[in-house]
Write a protein that binds this ligand. Structure first.
Ligand SMILES: [Zn+2]
Length: 292
């Protein structure tokens, strides 16, 4: 697949990751509704993958890219911090300003508080799928197929429980199976939009790379803390949710490090850099983000 341009890769990769949202919602379409415990656990898993991905696939690469550009010192950390805070603020602002009213039910629908909460959750899931796509696109755009892959896999994995959670929540508010599934699938389709934009921007302008990566991480961190973890703790399943969280976290860690080493074996010139990174010896290793 190396003949694909970075932009095409970014789009396709994030599209496939986004479609995992629909895949996760399929049980609802088939009339199977998993119980609340399983949902809280799988959503906890999603939060774990997202947290791990924020650091290993976004923040550390952002620091690497900034260090390569501006040298060591406080600047890379300051830049990453600013990018993270900007990403968090952007989602917070979107959460505040989006016209939620438009998403309430039709004329006969009562404005139940639970319905409003469900839609706020869905909006948050949808919003954060944009920076998720962005980060997959940025990764493919900057580092190519092999190095972009772990993040794409991780994002795809955590999309499945998110899709399931959205569909099940809608089912609980009286939506039909097909509509619940359709809306869940739609929330994932924002991802390739982000992927396309991310890959395009990075291919055109490399200085955006550290910013884009940190921004995407910040947006994801906001949703983890503000929506996903509270959602998994609402029904008294904190222990199971935290177990899911731990599994997601270490799975993404494994995916990132192990895949990084496999990639290094295929591309000898980078081996040293990635080996050091994998051993945690140097988080500020300079990785050359060669275009293509
Ligand atoms: Zn997510």
């Amino acid at each position: 697949m190396d003949y694909l341009s970075p932009v095409a890769l970014g789009f396709l990769g994030s599209l496939i990751a986004g479609l995992m949202t629909a895949l996760g919602a399929i049980p609802v379409l088939m009339g199977k509704t998993p119980n609340r415990t399983l949902r809280d656990m799988s959503l906890g898993f999603a939060a774990g993958v997202m947290l791990s991905a924020s650091f290993f696939s976004l923040i550390i690469p952002s620091l690497d890219a900034a260090t390569e550009r501006y040298g060591e010192g406080a600047l890379p950390a300051a830049l990453a911090a600013a990018g993270i805070l900007l990403g968090m603020a952007a989602v917070a602002l979107l959460n505040e300003t989006l016209p939620h009213e438009h998403f309430r039910t039709g004329p006969e629908g009562p404005e139940a508080p639970s319905l409003r909460r469900v839609w706020l959750f869905i909006i948050a899931i949808t919003i954060h799928n944009f920076p998720e796509g962005l980060s997959v696109g940025v990764n493919f755009g900057a580092h190519g197929l092999a190095e972009g892959m772990p993040l794409a896999i991780g994002i795809g994995l955590q999309n499945a429980p998110e899709g399931l959670a959205v569909a099940v929540a809608l089912l609980g508010e009286g939506y039909g199976r097909r509509r619940a599934f359709g809306i869940a699938a739609l929330t994932g389709l924002i991802e390739p939009v982000g992927g396309l934009i991310g890959a395009a921007i990075i291919s055109v302008s490399e200085p955006f790379l550290p910013w884009g990566l940190a921004f995407a991480a910040g947006a994801m961190l906001y949703v983890i803390s503000h929506e996903i973890i509270p959602e998994t703790h609402r029904s008294g399943h904190q222990n199971k949710a935290t177990l899911g969280f731990a599994i997601g976290l270490v799975l993404m860690l494994f995916l990132d490090v192990w895949h990084g080493q496999a990639t290094a074996a295929l591309a000898p010139p980078r081996r040293k850099v990635l080996d050091r990174k994998a051993k945690g010896l140097d988080h500020f290793t300079v990785v050359t983000p060669g275009i293509n």
